[in-house]
Ligand binder design. Structure first.
Ligand SMILES: [Zn+2]
Length: 114
């Protein structure tokens, strides 16, 4: 019976290759975020809130149609979004998220009756 193969640590070349790919993606995302901000302004694509003070901007890139639902990484499927929308939407289909976003909201204040 053959012994199980002993897992080998990744060699330096592979680790470097993964790192350089990650850096390339970060640069591409930063460039895409800058392009989207130039086109649409520093506002959340879903709710319109100001995201000019969020950094890094590329951390707020969202897939409008989630990859898990057949969305792509194409620029036309990406949008700058605020943290609230980003966390709330996550993998939710766009139509469900928009229903949630525009749901009737209950006021915590009551209008005094005269
Ligand atoms: Zn938002």
């Amino acid at each position: 019976m053959n012994p199980l193969p002993i897992p080998q640590p990744e060699d330096g070349k592979n680790v470097k290759s993964v790192r350089s790919k990650r850096n390339k993606n970060q640069k591409q995302n930063a460039a895409l975020a800058a392009r989207l901000a130039a086109m649409h302004g520093y506002i959340c694509w879903y709710c319109g809130s100001d995201i000019s003070n969020t950094a890094p901007l590329e951390s707020h890139l969202d897939h409008i149609f989630p990859i898990s639902a057949g969305g792509t990484n194409h620029d036309s499927n990406r949008a700058l979004v605020c943290e609230v929308c980003d966390r709330a939407k996550w993998n939710m289909p766009l139509s469900d998220f928009l229903k949630w976003l525009h749901r009737p909201k209950k006021s915590i204040y009551t209008i005094p009756q005269s």
